[in-house]
Every structure is written in structure tokens, then in C-alpha cells.
Design a protein around this ligand. Sequence first.
Ligand code: SF4
Ligand code: SF4
Ligand code: SF4
Length: 316
Amino acid sequence: MLEYAGKIREAAKKLLADGKVDVFIGYQKGSVPMMNEPVLVKDPEQTEILHWDSHCGLNLCNYLTKRTDKIGIVANGCNSRNIVTHIIENQIKRDQLYIVGIPCEGMIDHRAVVRAVKYREITSVEEEGGRFTVKGPGYEETFAKKDFLRSNCVICRHRNPVIYDEMLGEPVPEQTDIDAYEDVKKIEGMSSEQKWEFFNRMISRCIRCYACRNACPLCYCPTCFVDESRPQWVGKSIDPTDTMTFHFLRAYHCAGRCTDCGACERVCPVGIPVRQFTKKLNKDAEELFSWEAGLTLDQRPPLDVYRPDDYNAFIR
Ligand code: SF4
Ligand code: SF4
Ligand code: SF4
């Protein structure tokens, strides 16, 4: 993964210097370990700050919405699928973009690393090959990356970009034989009461900070339903009914659009596995409509289609 950092800098520098793009969107190292952050670079001389390793877990497509300039952007599998979704949903035009594709072998779950070093202070995390070394005051520990992948990366079936103008490496093998929905099936097997209890327990720690919404590139409505006050669709408190309404509605707004990039889950300050909501809808979209979000520019998402000859009478 690390080897791509230099290639990204080189590609971005050339694109900006040649005037092919006005801005390049990528990642830079965060101010604390494992927290790389999105960055927009406009000056070819500033491309040195661009970085890439196993901690690029935020979704860059948030920064594409409604831009009118020419943009260079780094894209692995999930980010590229959100780019496709953004194009299909008219949030950006394909010909505005120069997509620099990166094959991806998954991102590291920073919370799992914190647990593994028993919550001690972490001052640096360096990776090499398939391993990474964590250092802190008075200790140093090395781990295998494969044991610390984020849960969405473990089940990812589209690790290579689905759309790009330039690829910076050879494609990695896709994990085609993986069952992405084991956890959803377990929940589907519960009774209604058990499901209600499961989800209520899951969201009981939610503080309604909306970081999950803000990190998601699908959430680009000018005014989110939770922020509306006339009419007020949902209460603003952490009352369990209001909180559940927020989560259900947000998930349904993502139906047939979510790429399981995991950004929403990564940013939650209290560690709520919010993908449990969107994954169920991803499974339904796959089973009912043979649809996975963001794989093609040639087909509209299922919930976005009206056909006069639809076989469901209720829709005609
Ligand atoms: S979901 Fe797939 S493409 Fe996205 S970071 Fe994980 S492994 Fe890479
Ligand atoms: S709902 Fe979460 S996993 Fe799905 S696209 Fe948005 S941020 Fe990514
Ligand atoms: S990021 Fe976490 S705490 Fe914040 S609104 Fe989302 S689920 Fe709730």
C-alpha cells in the first residue's frame, strides 16, 4: 500500500503542472497516527503532502459534490463506486474528473489496534509489507495487517477501482467467494422482538452527533431531514424513538446506493456499527434487483427507475 504514496504524488504533480486538473483530492497524514485525512491540493509544489497507506478510511467523494472545476482524485474500489454513484446522481460530471486508480488490500481498523495495545498511548504506526509496527512510550509491537482489517474490508468484493483514467498498480485478486452477509442473516433469523431489542441496544449509545451522516458521500441533501425545523420530521433529542427514526430514515435514504465503504462506521465516536442498517438494504438490493451500487454508469439504481411495463402492478 505504502508504495503508492510516491506514485500518487508524481501523478498529481503532473496533472496539476500540465493544467489537466484544477485541484487534486487525496489524503495526507493526520496529526495523530492512523488518522489520515482528506486534502485538496491546487499547487503542484504542494503534492509532497499527499499520502497513501492502510489508514485512508474516509471517503473522498464527499468533496466532489457539485464542484464545477476539473478534479483529479484518488480512488480505490469503494471510492470509485461512490464516484460512479455521484455521476449517476448528477452530483459531478464524468468529464470533469481524472481518476487515479489504486488497487486496495483493505484498511486497518484503528480501534482494533488501540485494543491490541491495551489502550496505551500510540505515538507512531509504520507499515511494511503485510505487517505494521505500533510504537508508544516504552513499548513497540508488530502485528499482521490481515488480522486488523476493518470489517467492511474483510468482506469487500470490489477492491479494484471500477472506473479510472490511470491505474497506479496491478489489480489485486477479488474476494469473489466471500459471504458478505453472514451478520445480516443472523439478524434476519431473529424474532421481531429480538430484532427490536438488538437495534435498540445497538443505538443506545448514539449521541446524535451526525458524524456518520457527514462522512457519507450519499448524504448531500442541501438540508438533511434531521435539521429541518419547518416541518420538524424528527425530534432532536436522544430519545430512543427519535434516534431510531434517524437511523432508519438515513439507512433507507441509502438503499441501493451504499457501497459499504465503512466511512460512517469509522467516524462514529462511540463505535456504533451503523453498517448493520445499510448492509441489510444492500442485501435486499442484491437479492431483489441483482444490484450492487456504483458498478456501472450504464444503469440507474433500482429505486430510481420507473418503467411503464413494470411487472409490479402497484407501481404502474
Ligand atoms: S471496502 Fe474494499 S476498496 Fe474499500 S477500503 Fe476496504 S478493501 Fe479497499
Ligand atoms: S452509508 Fe456508510 S458504508 Fe454506505 S456509502 Fe455511506 S458512508 Fe459508506
Ligand atoms: S456517528 Fe455514531 S453517535 Fe454520531 S449520530 Fe452516527 S451513530 Fe450516532
